[in-house]
Write a protein that binds this ligand. Structure first.
Ligand code: SDX
Length: 428
């Protein structure tokens, strides 16, 4: 902490606050003592508020930089793999060979789900959205591990983290299999994390599959690129739920719920649905005009970002991967994917989008890539949740293992002032 101070004067009150510096990024004004003056800050949407201190992920939205524990995202996406990134996010350092081997072994030990978990699926309609099932089933995990739910115990926290990372692909694939009426496929521990997921999604007991290595690598990259993104809406939800002392499985379930919205993780699904709605290249102009009309609620899904006012560095990597997958599956000239690429081109040149720095985000390209891999649209956000589970878990663990307080925002009340209760027969 430096000696720099910030002053705020309201009427005859002057308050002084410490200015804190991190290792990177803007300095922050520590307003936590403001409450003593009788005032609160007001910041809907948290545009100017840092809610916590963290060592996990750094974003410079103007420069288009994203670092996990200091490592640039493009280097991790091209040189690492998802489980190595999970280790990094959880523990702060890249693993050496023996730690990595041990970590993979521990993950593999937890890939199966308890047999009783299968029964939860039968309670859902076959046409239930898989995110609805995920919220329920992941929350239900907390009913299975009574002996290791002491959040103050670092070993219990570590085993919850391993269970969550290991079981998410199994549960996600079960959601899909349930919706199409096929038997659940057990995990295969000799396969890589992404390969095993494709096997559980597309294999059947009567036909084993060998996933295409290009698609396996692409999916692994999608997992890495979605693994963490500092204090986004769902991570902040996990932290807020965690600050009450709730167990990690329900906190992650709360994160999944927050992720579902189309302004957040639901954007990949919404982007694909939008492309289907546009339908044909000849219609793009009409939809661009609608997106620009302030009186029309239509927005280009998969474009724009709260923090990035430059190209999303994840989108750069994902764009390349998207092209590789389209090539590998022979869809480069498919009319639907040509429509997506044409929309991208037009929006990148249009003055409205250029002026507002509205670039395609990672979910625009990941949606197209997942679709080309053959993953149904309603599974896109589930895959985002699968990948983000490590970020949520790392943030939850970071918070619980350092001093923290119950999250309790205040408000600017604009409702009625105090008034007297009126008996029903006297009300007009
Ligand atoms: C994710 O935060 C994270 O880290 C999230 C995430 C993660 O990894 O966790 O990165 C994942 O959630 C990615 C974002 C996915 N969402 C979408 O793709 C949905 C479409 N995007 C927009 O709804 C929007 O851009 C948001 C919600 C992402 C960001 O909204 P902001 O920061 O509140 O920006 P804004 O709504 O104030 O927009 C500023 C201007 C407005 O125009 P003006 O009033 O200034 O004239 O840009 C316009 C907006 O109308 N605008 C768009 C637009 N997005 C913003 N216009 C058309 N199409 C769009 N998509």
């Amino acid at each position: 902490m430096g000696d720099k101070k910030a002053q705020l004067s309201v009427g005859d009150i002057t308050a002084e606050f410490d200015v804190l510096s991190g290792t990177l990024g803007p300095e922050v004004i520590d307003v936590s003592s403001l409450v003593k003056t009788g005032y609160f800050t007001y910041d809907p949407g948290f545009l100017s508020t840092a809610a916590c201190e963290s060592k996990i992920t750094f974003i410079d939205g103007d420069a288009g930089v994203l670092l996990y524990r200091g490592y640039p995202i493009d280097q991790l996406a091209t040189k690492s793999n998802f489980l190595e990134v999970c280790y990094l996010l959880l523990n702060g350092e890249l693993p050496d060979a023996s730690h990595y081997k041990e970590f993979c072994k521990m993950i593999n030990r937890h890939t199966m789900v308890h047999e009783q978990i299968r029964n939860f699926f039968n309670g859902f309609r076959r046409d239930a959205h898989p995110m609805a099932i995920m919220v329920g089933v992941v929350g239900a995990l907390s009913a299975f591990y009574h002996d290791s739910l002491d959040i103050k115990n670092p070993e219990h926290r570590a085993s919850s983290a391993l269970r969550l990372i290991a079981k998410m692909p199994t549960i996600a694939a079960m959601c899909y299999k349930y919706s199409i009426g096929q038997p659940f496929m057990p995990p295969q521990n000799h396969m890589s994390y992404a390969e095993n997921f494709l096997h559980m999604m597309f294999g059947t007991p009567c036909e084993e599959i060998t996933p295409d290595p290009v698609l396996v690598r692409a999916l692994d990259k999608i997992f890495i690129l979605h693994a963490d993104h500092e204090q986004n809406a769902s991570t902040s939800t996990v932290r807020l739920a965690g600050s009450t002392g709730a167990n990690p499985f329900v906190c992650i379930s709360a994160g999944i719920a927050a992720l579902w919205g189309p302004a957040h993780g639901g954007a990949n699904e919404a982007a694909l649905n939008m492309l289907h709605e546009i339908g044909d290249i000849s219609q793009i102009g009409k939809y661009i005009e609608r997106a620009k009309d302030p009186n029309d609620p239509f927005r280009l899904m998969g474009f724009g970002h709260r923090v990035y006012k430059n190209y999303d560095p994840r989108a750069k990597v994902m764009r390349q991967t998207c092209y590789e997958v389209l090539e590998a599956v022979g869809l480069r000239n498919d009319p639907f994917f040509k429509l997506a690429m044409e929309l991208e081109r037009i929006a990148l040149e249009d003055d409205y989008f250029v002026k507002r720095k509205l670039y395609p985000n990672v979910d625009f390209y990941s949606g197209i890539t997942l679709s080309a891999i053959g993953i149904p649209t309603n599974m896109f956000t589930v895959i985002f949740a699968l990948a983000r589970t490590i970020g949520w878990t790392a943030h939850w663990n970071e918070m619980i293992s350092s001093p923290y307080r119950l999250g309790r925002p205040r408000q600017l009340y604009t409702g009625p002032t105090e008034r007297k209760f009126v008996d029903m027969h006297d009300r007009v």
